[in-house]
Ligand binder design. Structure first.
Ligand SMILES: [Mg+2]
Length: 177
């Protein structure tokens, strides 16, 4: 528990550096929040998260930044059982867990409809580069994670979000009336 508090404190410190924060952070599940494919496991197993996942979720909540899930897991029943067992299910304002042939564009449409939050106010973490490429195209700042979501990926994500936001502002100012 102590480690969770420490990660949370560090995540809050990182968030404090950036003037522009996302309104919503969207997470993949398998190999992003937790280090396994839940489809390969049983509902009766005890799930566990990557070491920094929980602290980061708590920091977001503390700063009133919403969290959501976009997962293509073919076993949503196992995924939601694990979220319940981990005691984190109530932390997400949207939970889109279903298999799809797209690279999560339909997941994001649903999240947008549910929350009303524009794509350019979202930050997305996933371990699959196809999803990252596709979701970047619709205007979401998207970060590829290699060892799950951790403080380093979190810092990179917030930095890239901030850069994208500032670039958009500059373009607007440049546009002739
Ligand atoms: Mg994944």
């Amino acid at each position: 528990m102590e480690e969770v508090e420490q990660v949370k404190a560090e995540a809050l410190q990182i968030m404090g550096v950036f003037q522009l924060l996302p309104k919503l952070v969207v997470f993949d599940l398998d190999y992003t929040l937790w280090p396994f494919y839940c489809e390969c496991r049983s509902k009766h197993d005890t799930p566990y998260l990557f070491p920094h996942s929980r602290g980061i979720l708590h920091a977001l909540k503390r700063q009133n930044v919403h969290s959501a899930i976009a997962s293509k897991s073919p076993t949503p029943d196992i995924a939601t059982t694990y979220l319940d067992k981990l005691g984190i299910r109530s932390m997400f304002v949207a939970e889109e867990i279903f298999y799809s042939w797209t690279h999560k564009t339909d997941h994001f449409q649903k999240i947008h409809l549910k929350t009303g939050i524009p794509y350019n106010s979202m930050l997305f973490f996933d371990d699959d580069n196809n999803n990252i490429q596709e979701i970047s195209k619709i205007g979401v700042t998207s970060i590829l994670v290699r060892n799950g979501v951790n403080l380093e990926a979190f810092r990179n994500g917030l930095a890239k979000f901030s850069q994208n936001g500032n670039a958009a502002k500059k373009n607007k100012q440049k546009r002739p009336k």
